[in-house]
Ligand binder design. Sequence first.
Ligand code: TEU
Ligand code: CA
Length: 542
Amino acid sequence: MKHAWYREGVVYQIYPRSFQDSNGDGIGDLNGIIKRIPYLKDLGISIVWMSPVYDSPNDDNGYDISNYQDILKDFGTLDEMFELIKKLHENGIKLVMDLVVNHSSDEHPWFQKSRKRVAPYEDFYYWKKKKRNWTSFFGGPAWTYDEERKEYYLHLFSKKQPDLNWNNPLVREEVKNIMRFWLDHGVDGFRCDVINLIAKADGLPNGKPTPILCGHEHYMNHPKIHPYLKELRDEVISKYDCFTVGETAFITPETALSYIDEDIRELDMVFQFEHMAADNYYVKWFMKKFRPMNLKKPLSKWQVGLMGRGWNSLYLENHDQPRSLSRFGSLENRYESATMLATMIYFQQGTPFIFQGQEIGMSNVSYDNLDDYQDIETKNIYKTGRKLGLSHQRMMKKIKMMSRDNARTPMQWDKSAFAGFTTHTPWLKVNPNYQEVNVENSLKKERSILKYYKEIIRLRKNHPIIVYGDYQDIDFKNQTLYAYSRSLGESKLIVLCNFSKGQCSIKQMEDLSKYECILHNYPAYDHMDKLLPYEARVYLKK
Ligand code: TEU
Ligand code: CA
């Protein structure tokens, strides 16, 4: 694959509301991020992706934008934003912003004018006299009646997130202007929110009746999307040294290649979600027991499926997903399982994405009380579940395991009150484990998850094989061991990960005597025939 900085770099995702508060109002902010740049630099990451900080009524924590060229007061000012970009760049860190343009906020002036039919905004959104049967990602109907316009409008997410009409060339012009505005201010790329949903079938017909996401066949990866993305690429992205990563749920390697193939490059890479179904039936509220094979199968499929043609993104967490340690690891073997998971994912081919707190082993908070959750998805799904007749207990069980707030609790910096995140009550309760699980502690300890992450990032910088090597499974059918190799020219790398609480034999493996162990998560590794609980090792051919 061609060399590129965004392929070699490591991305750190910041959820600004929960990263660092600088003025004691309990909400993370831009100055807080500036204050933590030394931490990011020390970690060794080279790109920051920041979840939205634009002006917003916060119905969906900033994913409902009312002004794309201004900053939410809670977070700071435009000048502070420019300062943040400058300071990051001075420290050799690039910045990727969230581009949320499938929908805006209903409080955006475009929508306010559209509902009054003010020219030229009449058709900035999808309006229909007759309601459609589509359902929203957050539960409930996706079409809502507007009293003012006396028509229904489409919202695939909350009713305060009306979908923009991409058929309208004026809408596309506005999107390009927003992108240029930020790129001209030095931003280095975009994470494109739900980008594979932006094109909708003509006439917006009713969907085939299904209980979940009714209507999806009319907007998921709809063929009309390709000219839209090409337009953005040709007129904006190609003019800058930047990259895009599309958030694309419900996608296969084949569909992904229709966006990211080297010869197409409508997007530079995508976030696929197949491995996020390792403990559920593609809809996270329908949970099933986690099995290592359920991670291995999709991850391997994507490695093989894109090889030589497209670039992967490597992630286990983001602001929408519960903590990976709680889902795929073990809290009793916190250090071993968190470092094993990191080894498993970040030695594959692709760009690593680390979600804030993952590098210190933050785990699910699982509040018992519904009132402690703030997330709109959590609140809506509770209502939907109860309407369908599920008990309070049953819904709380699902929410404790799957709520997005599990990922959104404040970053745990130290053992002081509120974990050093704020001096005041935070907007979302801190995970009670912060006395033990925090950055300060991780830096003090001789062995910590944080130090292991730093080591992975350092190794990646020194060994191109970790970035560009081809991927191959080893002993694929093994139910507890995830093993694979990477190869580049003459060099070869072997990654061994034990997903079980017990030991796991590696007797059948390649002759490792020709290899040097460059990373391992146990103090000693003289047991050459087996791996201990959640043990991980990386070998490089001498
Ligand atoms: O997420 C899109 C998306 O697919 C999620 O709604 C997903 O279904 C859900 O979070 C799984 O729990 C993006 C953003 O990442 C998310 O935070 C926003 O709420 C959403 O788009 C709407 O902008
Ligand atoms: Ca603040």
